[in-house]
Design a protein around this ligand. Structure first.
Ligand code: AMP
Length: 426
């Protein structure tokens, strides 16, 4: 027997309704904010991610699923161009698509959202998969602080629409590229004598991605960096002003957030505002979602110089913290039970008329007993059961059971569609 590969998951029919609820709420909220959906390929040039996320990012170093090209390039400088990668995240692909399709020219500022699978070769554990799903958005074309406010508020409203509570929003500003450089230099200087006390991962980070040390989850590293007493002192006046406006905007909308100067995010492309949303029920992998500005990335990838911001939630983690009850809803399904051969023939027509009227319906194809078929209707969470046997055929009627109220009555066959339609509207 074949088994699924480690770190992947079958989303079975029983779970799919929860996914669909999340997807539906997502589309509704994004449309309220005037975002349109974008779908980019799952496979991209590996070099796109090396370039955007940064060579030292953990994702690039250790987690990309690479597919070798048929004809490897001989030249050493072209490293990364020898392979395609299964996308580990959405931002780089969307920026690539924006530039390649010249989206800015036609639309100016562009607001897009996406839902789809991402791939990272990580060690699987609770909330950490190799194939998982992102649901996120990107806005390209503005540095306005109110846009940061919109995007963070949007993330908050999505969580409310999913009926998730108990999460915490933390924000920070990394400043512009120059601020980041200074911050990195100072941090490296301040950490030099503490290097031997850092965990093995942070010793690596010290070489390539020193900011990452600030959000290491290792207890020893947390204590060490606490001692550095990090404030937002590296921000230039413009970046400080930008951050103040973002904070004030969030405050005016009564968004519950905290500033965490230790929040850095691991990817090269982030500048200015970064944010993360965590939930304590998740355990070690406690981030529900995260995002931030990337004001230099579009230009770095060959496009115009413009501000941009986005975020992504992990769908599997949203589902882990979503209250179980919110997923259980009685379905608008009519379940038809036929008793006898004549009833089966009549049943075909009844189902056909229900479906033509856009009413979801199903029947028993396994010759179950009445009791067995009722049990099946229950399992399917059907809203109505329609029973037809010899008696009903003679009268041109059906027996209708409302599974919500338990009420049962006989109605004329030709009234069935109307009756169900009106009940659904009530
Ligand atoms: P990131 O791009 O790493 O900030 O990811 C954004 C969100 O995606 C995280 O906050 C998680 O909710 C989710 N996520 C990231 N990596 C994984 C993974 N390996 N398995 C499941 N969810 C993930």
């Amino acid at each position: 027997m074949f088994r699924k590969t480690p770190g992947t998951k079958d989303i079975l029919p029983d779970e799919v309704s929860c996914w669909q609820e999340i997807e539906e709420a997502t589309r509704n909220i994004f449309s309220l904010y005037n975002y349109r959906e974008i779908r980019t390929p799952i496979i991209e040039e590996a070099a796109l991610f090396n370039r955007s996320l940064g060579e030292s990012a953990e994702i690039v170093q250790k987690q990309m699923f690479l597919i070798k090209k048929d004809k490897p390039r001989p030249c050493a400088q072209e490293r990364g161009k020898d392979a395609y990668a299964l996308r580990p995240e959405g931002t780089a692909s969307i920026v690539r698509a924006y530039i390649e399709n010249n989206l800015g020219k036609a639309a100016g500022l562009i607001k897009v959202y996406y839902i789809g699978p991402m791939f990272r070769a990580e060690r699987p554990q609770k909330g950490r998969l190799r194939q998982f799903h992102h649901l996120g958005c990107e806005v390209l074309g503005s540095q306005a602080p109110n846009l940061d406010v919109e995007v963070i508020t949007l993330a908050d409203n999505l969580l409310k629409a999913y009926e998730i509570d108990g999460y915490k929003i933390t924000i920070n500003s990394l400043g512009c590229a120059k601020d980041k450089q200074e911050f990195t230099r100072d941090l490296r200087k301040n950490l030099t004598d503490k290097l031997p006390k850092l965990c093995a991962d942070c010793q690596e980070r010290f070489k390539g991605n020193v900011l990452r040390i600030l959000d290491c989850k290792n207890e020893g590293c947390i204590e060490l960096v606490k001692g550095l007493n990090i404030r937002q002192g590296h921000l230039c006046p413009e970046c400080k002003g930008h951050f103040d406006k973002v904070s004030a905007g969030l405050g005016s909308l009564k968004i519950d957030y905290a500033v965490n100067p230790y929040l850095v995010r691991g990817l090269d492309y982030y500048t200015r505002t970064v944010f993360e949303i965590i939930h304590n029920d998740l355990g070690a992998q406690n981030a529900l979602g995260a995002g931030g500005r990337y004001d230099n990335l579009v230009h770095d990838l060959g496009g115009p110089d413009l501000g941009a911001i986005g975020f992504a939630f992990g769908v599997e983690r949203l589902l882990l913290v979503r209250s179980q009850e919110s997923g259980v809803r009685s379905k608008k399904l009519v379940y038809l039970i036929t008793l006898g051969e004549e009833a089966k023939k009549e049943g075909l027509k009844i189902l056909d008329s229900l479906r033509k009227a856009q009413i979801s319906s199903d029947t028993d194809y396994e010759d179950k007993s009445l009791k067995g078929a009722m049990r099946r209707a229950n399992d399917l969470a059907a809203r109505f059961v329609v029973i037809i046997g010899e008696d009903e055929i003679k009268k041109g009627a059906v027996t209708l059971k409302d599974m919500a109220s338990g009420e049962q009555k006989e109605i004329k066959q030709e009234e069935l569609v109307n009756y169900v339609t009106h009940s659904y509207l009530r």
